[in-house]
Ligand binder design. Structure first.
Ligand SMILES: Nc1ncnc2c1ncn2[C@@H]1O[C@H](COP(=O)(O)OP(=O)(O)O)[C@@H](O)[C@H]1O
Ligand SMILES: [Mg+2]
Length: 247
């Protein structure tokens, strides 16, 4: 089995002027199917940019990304979109739920976009919502929910289409510590029980303790030498490493 993600010598420049520095430089790493990988870096270090490129929403200035063995660069825009829909569930910091759709409809939206009839998957969708602690709220709208409930809805949405890879961009950034810990516990459970692959970017050491492996983005480069491995990572251990890397 090839890794589900293989990233090689990735560079991203937004500023194309000569002498400008890249947001990401020479980033290489692989993620095996079923792994839970956390990439840590401070605000502005290129975490969201990296996830956009992993999902094919943005393209690198140089370097390559293979998703499930397919080099994104070699695909047409249409093929890349289809691959993303089939392979990736995205969890955002600001949830990105549709305000005018209830929870059932929000979670069913990726299926509708895939050309399926969400009604044919009603039991699956209800099951996902129940599993994420949202039983009884199926007909409610996002504004009626707490932040934690909204983020759990967006995790259900990321799972609804059966995609094997979840990309999570600071999923606890807008949540209380308690709601954030619940969201992280669900992501861990989804990795362990459903064999999903989770790639999480965050600046939150608490979130990183849930990962199998923690990588650090330092000045646009991924520091492999100081990667940490779980299980049993503690917030203290992660703080120590951040201090050692001056980030
Ligand atoms: N579309 C864009 N155009 C120009 N600069 C961008 C764009 N997206 C991000 N950047 C810049 O790239 C850097 C990294 O941003 P981002 O990936 O959002 O960081 P993070 O998610 O780690 O906070 C920042 O300096 C940001 O201003
Ligand atoms: Mg970001």
């Amino acid at each position: 089995m090839p890794p589900i993600l293989q990233v090689r010598e990735l560079y991203k420049f937004f500023d194309k002027r000569e002498g400008a520095s890249p947001v990401l430089r020479d980033v290489s790493f692989a993620v095996e199917a079923g792994e839970f990988v956390c990439i840590m870096g401070p605000s502005g270090s290129g975490k969201s940019t990296l996830l956009h490129m992993l999902s094919g929403l943005d393209s690198p200035t140089a370097g390559s990304i293979e998703l499930s063995g397919k080099n994104l660069k070699t695909l047409s825009d249409g093929e890349r979109t289809l691959l993303r829909r089939a392979q990736i569930g995205y969890v955002f910091q600001f949830f990105n739920l549709m305000p005018n759709l209830n929870l059932l409809e929000n979670v069913g939206l990726p299926l509708a976009i895939q050309g399926q009839h969400p009604g044919d998957h009603a039991e699956t969708i209800r099951g996902l919502l129940a599993r994420l602690g949202l039983q009884g709220k199926e007909e409610q709208f996002p504004h009626q929910l707490s932040g934690g409930e909204m983020q759990r809805t967006s995790i259900a949405r990321a799972l609804a289409g059966g995609q094997p890879l979840l990309l999570c961009d600071e999923p606890t950034g807008n949540l209380s510590q308690k709601a954030g810990a619940e969201v992280m516990a669900f992501l861990r459970q989804i990795c362990d029980q459903d064999h999903k692959t989770v790639v999480l970017v965050t600046h939150n050491p608490r979130d990183a303790t849930f990962a199998d492996r923690v990588l650090f983005l330092v000045d646009g480069a991924l520091d492999q030498e100081h990667a940490l491995r779980g299980p049993g990572l503690t917030v203290e251990r992660i703080h120590e490493q951040l201090a050692a890397l001056h980030i």
